[in-house]
Design a binder for this molecule. Sequence first.
Ligand code: B12
Length: 309
Amino acid sequence: MKYLSPKQLGQAIGVSESSLKRWIDDGLIDVIRTTGGHRRVELAEAIRFVRLRGYTVKDPSVLGLTAADDETGRAGNTQLSEHFYDLLTNGRDKEFVAAVTRLYLDGHAISEIIDGPIRESMNQIGELWHGNPDGVGIEHRATDICIRTLGYMHSLIRPAAPNAPVAIGGAPAGDMHLISSLCVSLVLAEQGWREMNLGANTPWDQLFSVAKQEQASLVWVSMTAEPNADYAKKLHELADELAAESCQIIVGGRQLNDAILRLGLDNLHTARSMAELQSFSKGLLAAQKAMHPANASATSSHSGTEQQA
Ligand code: B12
């Protein structure tokens, strides 16, 4: 875990050390104290503050980060999608991480980055196998770069409070697509959930048993591949079983269809994007807070990013 002095953080965003110390003492930035009593800001907390207040990180290297230049942050969605496509298809992994990091530091919500340029560029990459003999290899490499980048972004988010509500999920049995479930876990992590991603090809009964074991308040199901014939029955069973646990289910992915929408179960919800997931999760967290005020601190620790998103 990386810690910064007020001087280093100030240097990164072009603000004086004394302003930083004042904000810390006013409670705007969480710190720990060294044995000598000096203030130290955890990197993830520094990033939360910078994003919330809209500061530009002029010198990311002071934070130990590599981020693309400001131009990336100012680009429109189409331009960004083309840029991401270029980086992913040419295996330029470090530049890809740097571009995503820049967007995040500049205050873009994770959901926005995923629903926009990541989804768009991967959609386009998914068409390559038709006519390009190297298409499959390019797609696999691009997938790997996305997975590594999403993992890296996860490391820039403050860990959830130990008493924060739990969310678990994955892609169901037979579905080998990893990225979308990882995206869900990242969006939920940013909102303060203790999320556990079971990944691709997760047996339906495991979704239930892990949710029960972990006393999850939310289970996500990400459906990308054409599902097995019994998926609607399995979803119905899962929802019935989890209703007894007061657990909500959210289903999304490109296979979301009318059969799922028609199930009409109280604890089964659907969403088509990370932005929709984010607002659903926000509502659920607010409801949890109202029901369990003792756990309020668990969810409020991330209120900075929630307010901004
Ligand atoms: C990468 C990829 C693979 C990789 C996956 C590797 C891995 N480890 O993840 C590999 C090579 C294994 C693969 C295999 C296959 N794939 Co594939 N794959 C893709 C690709 C290119 C990208 C998917 C992706 O990750 N996108 C990025 C994410 C972020 O975007 P997204 O999935 O659209 O998700 C968004 C929303 O749907 C929503 N969302 C998603 N999940 C959830 C969950 C919740 C809770 C919520 C709220 C929202 C939500 O939010 C996301 C962000 O906006 C897509 C192309 C495409 N157009 O989707 C094809 C694609 C999905 N694959 C396809 C196919 C056909 C296959 C194969 C059958 C190919 C084959 N013949 O073997 C197999 C199926 C294997 C299986 N049984 O699962 C087709 C599916 C067609 C269809 N009928 O729907 C696609 C669309 C390609 C195409 N254009 O034909 N694939």
